[in-house]
Design a protein around this ligand. Structure first.
Ligand code: ARG
Length: 438
């Protein structure tokens, strides 16, 4: 272990205690290191603006930070337990290579705002990816909703056959869900887009730090003004990001559930792309939908991470080391969550319907609601029409295509209003797959 930044003379460092406090944490800091380097650069620029560093020192620091980023990316620099954390690793490197200029980098900052700013940049990056994946998912779902709008699919409530539905309705549901999920990622991104750098340990410092500069240099939408609130927002912003993620994951869980039912022999409506299934070690006949099951299960990790952070936040104001454990939680949540969402577009693009099985599962009772509404439209009070249509003697094998075509309530099979969904998708910067590039 390199010399600890805060080591006091005469106090022996106990390796076990050190490992407990920092062992796993420094490894987690690998996720943050490039963002920490980026923020260190902005901080150094700010220090030069207020006369703490001269132009030559700033230049040397900027160059050395760039080299460190390259070395880290190429594996020449390894962040491990030699260091207490990523923050001190950066400082140690600058001191080692640059001497006094390096010894100045930590002026006016604390590891408390350093970890905050790195986390914030990381969250922004992950939320942007979340948004992108949601838009891509929507793009495919919208296109397939259009193409397969007339393909009949049983509609269920309580898992009981209910009414005739369509692949178009199924797809448009996910299209709109993932528009909402993208919008939520966007809103959350804007919410967390606040620069905590320059809040130091949570109480500011006796220097006119160039916080407007670092805010702009790091691409933040605003400065997080109160130095003390910056600390209070640790964990709170992480939870908001996880909530945005869980919105998509909740829909993914239900979509995966549909597919696991639809691919079973009992339903038999869908064939998954071959790569999305695996074999059994003992049963030569099996093709198992493991991928969609793990997609479904990924929600659990996201929900658990949110709950872990919520439990950590039972704290008075100010920094507490407890907050360190919020890091593992966000990495786990976004690792699992985005890992699952990354595989979704291709799955949706390539899954195949089995139209005969879908039609075969439509039974006469599923037209009873159409009949009741038809009678009501002809003037029978709906409650009476309902009673008449409940009589099995009146059920006949209906015409699925006509039933779908007649379902003209906006948002139903006969009038999917995909144009409205397309508009929202475009407003968010996405587009339906296969649509011409504009
Ligand atoms: N690893 C620490 C964390 O994530 C960095 C901040 C350390 N600050 C401190 N005062 N010990 O919270």
């Amino acid at each position: 272990m390199t010399q600890l930044l805060w080591q006091k003379p005469g106090v022996q460092v106990d390796e076990r205690i050190q490992h407990f406090c920092a062992g796993a944490d420094v490894i987690l800091d690998r996720e943050f290191l490039l963002f920490d380097i980026q923020a260190s650069r902005a901080h150094a620029q700010g220090l030069q603006m207020i006369g703490i560093l001269d132009a030559t020192e700033l230049d040397a620091i900027e160059r050395e930070l760039a080299t460190l980023a390259d070395d880290f990316a190429s594996g020449r620099f390894v962040l491990d337990e030699t260091y207490e954390d990523g923050h001190s690793a950066i400082e140690a490197r600058l001191i080692d290579r640059l001497g006094d200029a390096g010894r100045k980098i930590h002026t006016g900052r604390s590891r408390n705002d350093q970890v905050l700013v790195a986390t914030r940049l990381w969250l922004k990056d992950r939320l942007a990816r979340l948004r992108e994946l949601c838009l891509e998912t929507t793009g495919i779902a919208l296109t397939r909703a259009d193409v397969e709008s007339g393909l009949p699919l049983p509609g269920y409530t309580h898992l009981q056959r209910a009414v005739v539905s369509s692949a178009g309705m199924w797809w448009s549901a996910w299209a709109e869900a993932f528009i909402d999920n993208a919008a939520r990622a966007d809103d959350t991104l804007a919410w967390v887009d606040a620069n905590p750098l320059g809040s130091a340990a949570g109480y500011g410092v006796n220097l006119p730090l160039a916080r407007e500069h670092t805010t702009q240099a790091l691409g933040f939408g605003r400065m997080q003004v109160s130095a003390t609130y910056a600390q209070l927002s640790r964990g709170k912003f992480e939870m908001a990001a996880i909530e945005a993620l869980s919105s998509g994951m909740l829909d993914l869980r239900r979509l995966a559930w549909d597919l696991s039912l639809f691919t079973s022999a009992e339903f038999g409506f869908v064939t998954l792309p071959a790569q999305y299934t695996t074999g059994s070690s003992i049963m030569p006949n099996k093709r198992n939908p493991d991928v969609i099951e793990l997609m479904r299960a990924s929600y659990a990790s996201v929900a658990a991470a949110r709950s872990e952070i919520e439990q950590l936040l039972s704290l008075p104001s100010g920094y507490h080391r407890d907050l360190q454990f919020s890091k593992g939680a966000i990495f786990h949540a976004f690792g699992r969550g985005l890992g699952a969402l990354e595989l979704l577009p291709d799955l949706l693009r390539n899954l195949e319907w089995k139209p005969e099985a879908m039609r075969a599962a439509l039974e006469p009772s599923m037209y009873a609601t159409d009949l009741a509404v038809d009678l009501a439209r002809a003037g029978t009070p709906f409650r009476d029409a309902y009673r008449q249509a409940a009589d099995p003697a009146r059920w006949e094998a209906g015409d699925a295509d006509a039933s779908l075509a007649a379902r003209v309530s906006p948002g139903a099979a006969g009038d999917l209003r995909l144009d409205l969904l397309r508009e929202r998708l475009h407003a968010l910067g996405g587009q339906a797959e296969g649509a011409p590039q504009t």
